[in-house]
Design a protein around this ligand. Structure first.
Ligand code: PEP
Length: 253
């Protein structure tokens, strides 16, 4: 049984004060959410403040990116041990915005994921096809290539610590959610590739869906057999909306 994981990706939003105000409103709303993992990924400058505000709660802190380098002349970068220093337990790597806007490659994503695992931080490895790739019937090829490249060299015995986020690029921030059937088809394909890559460990890996997840569509998405969580952008900026997403099971009951 895979434990659901709901993660907030705040992207380039929220000052420290705004982030603290979110946590103050959010924690009471999710205090009884003990059957799921909840993760918040603020901007780097708010990590420390959010980490302190989350202390004593079950909500975990995440970064949105990391350097694969441990230290040195890498202006503008942040190393894994610095994320650990402020309490990060997860880090998003290979988000499509980083792949398309900042030229991140599968090799680079794999190097970041390896550095995170070495420090016992869970990588959330993002994959997903563009609209052009989907329309050209290349979705499964793209996913296969991204998975092979982004997971290359990662230790087999650490599979369960790695989270995969399937985020069709055409659904991110567009309000166009993949239908549960389209999402499940991609997730089932990813699950097969993970089994091939990691053996039985592939069954323990959690695969999140990302792309315009909202309180009103999360429940049907989460009902799919290979959807184990959500990576949420826009709707995670509002404490009430994100708490409803965390409580997706309530709508099912
Ligand atoms: C994301 O940031 O990863 C994302 C899926 O954004 P949104 O929920 O806004 O589509």
């Amino acid at each position: 049984m895979r434990r659901p994981i709901l993660a907030a990706n705040w992207k380039l939003h929220k000052t420290r004060a705004q982030a603290r105000a979110f946590v103050d409103s959010f924690l009471p709303l999710v205090k009884d959410a003990d059957s799921v993992d909840v993760v918040i990924a603020p901007v780097f400058t708010a990590l420390d403040a959010v980490g302190q505000a989350l202390e004593g709660s079950r909500v975990a802190l995440a970064a949105q990116n990391v350097s694969a380098e441990p230290s040195g002349a890498f202006t503008g970068e942040v190393a894994v041990n610095m994320l650990v220093d402020v309490g990060c337990r997860y880090t998003i790597v290979g988000h499509s915005e980083r792949r398309t806007l900042y030229g991140e490659t599968d090799d680079g994503v794999a190097a970041k994921a390896a550095a995170l695992l070495a420090a016992d931080v869970h990588p959330i490895v993002c994959v997903g096809e563009t609209l052009e790739e989907r329309e050209a019937n290349r979705t499964l090829d793209v996913l296969k290539t991204q998975l092979e490249g982004s997971l290359a060299g990662l230790p087999d015995d650490r599979a369960a610590e790695i989270v995969i986020a399937y985020e069709p690029v055409w659904a991110i921030g567009t309000g166009k959610t993949a239908t549960p059937e389209i999402a499940q088809e991609a997730h089932a394909f990813i699950r097969e590739r993970l089994r091939e890559r990691f053996g039985a460990g592939g069954d323990a890996m959690r695969i999140q869906y990302g792309g315009s997840v909202k309180p009103d569509n999360v429940t049907v998405l989460m009902a799919q057999p290979d959807i184990d969580g959500a990576l949420v952008g826009g709707a995670s900026l509002d404490p009430e909306a994100f708490s409803q997403i965390v409580h997706f099971e309530r709508a099912r009951a």
